[in-house]
Design a protein around this ligand. Structure first.
Ligand code: 13P
Length: 283
């Protein structure tokens, strides 16, 4: 069933676990994630990035996610990942997204607050949850790149003021993760996470979680992380599935024989993440 992101955020915060948020671009990816969620009895966020909307088109993304969610027994929310403008948020809500992220982290503090408030004013009456970002998460996701020099950790006091003034449902924070493939092992600033958790009483979101060691995830979840975004590891699993078929059988020309195994590879990664995040068995 398709539900509001609010429902998933609230249950995760009460239950002390994090819900996996997985990026989708096509039918096989949606199916891989939903099969994993059903088998693990896990709530799940499906999310569409700027690149996904450009690649598949908003109508296809919504139709795929809605079809999958309606068939599923587990609760599913459809989230806009790193929404760039008020206009885009409105389009997504009109098309049926049940959660949105407005990423105002590239703006000065006051402007970030202003755009988040504006989005909340329209999203909340529609029953749509809003995630904002404070601090700047480094790395590259599709067309959005934040260099190491631009990346900035979240300030706990600013977080408290931001949440108080916006009444946002969830906050994405920068504590040492980055989008994309890590060069070295990421080091998370747990002391900062704890301070943020003590300063704000809302679900926190960890972006750039592909490649973050399992121990770090296990430590972060009890410190208030309620949603964990994974994209890169899913892409890698999917591509590995395709490559294996091509290597073993270079004459294969049926797309289903390439994409079916890719879907299976990805599903296994999603299932493992759901168990790690603690959302398995919570639906
Ligand atoms: P990764 O691609 O590093 O897993 O990050 C995904 C993400 O944070 C999407 O917003």
């Amino acid at each position: 069933m398709l539900v509001s992101g609010k429902e998933l955020f609230q249950a995760a915060k009460q239950g002390g676990y994090a819900v996996g948020a997985f990026n989708v671009n096509n039918m096989e990816i949606v199916q891989a994630i939903l099969e994993a969620a059903e088998e693990e009895k896990s709530p799940v966020f499906l999310q569409a990035s700027q690149g996904a909307i450009k690649y598949a088109g908003i109508e296809y993304i919504v139709a795929l996610a809605r079809t999958a969610a309606e068939k599923a027994k587990v609760p599913v929310a459809l989230n806009l990942d790193h929404g760039t403008s008020f206009t885009q948020v409105v389009q997504c809500i009109r098309h049926g997204f049940t959660a949105v992220m407005i990423d105002g982290s590239k703006y000065p503090f006051e402007e970030n607050i202003a755009i988040t408030q504006k989005v909340i004013e329209i999203a909340h009456p529609c029953g749509v949850s809003v995630e904002a970002e404070l601090g700047k998460i480094g790395g590259t996701e599709d067309d959005i790149t934040v260099s190491d020099a631009e990346a900035a950790f979240t300030d706990p006091q600013e977080a408290a003021e931001f949440v108080e003034r916006t009444k946002v449902d969830a906050l994405a924070i920068a504590i040492g993760t980055a989008h994309g493939v890590y060069k070295g092992e990421p080091k998370l600033d747990f002391a900062r996470l704890e301070k943020i958790r003590n300063a704000v009483d809302i679900p926190l979101v960890l972006h750039g979680a592909s490649g973050v060691p399992e121990d770090a995830i296990r430590k972060a979840v009890p410190l208030g992380i309620c949603k964990i975004n994974i994209d890169t590891e899913l892409r890698q699993a999917f591509t590995k599935g395709v490559q294996q078929v091509v290597l073993n059988n270079p004459k294969e020309y049926d797309p289903r024989k390439l994409l079916g195994p890719a879907r299976e590879e990805m599903k296994q990664v999603v299932k493992a993440k759901m168990r790690l995040f603690g959302c398995a068995g919570r639906a």
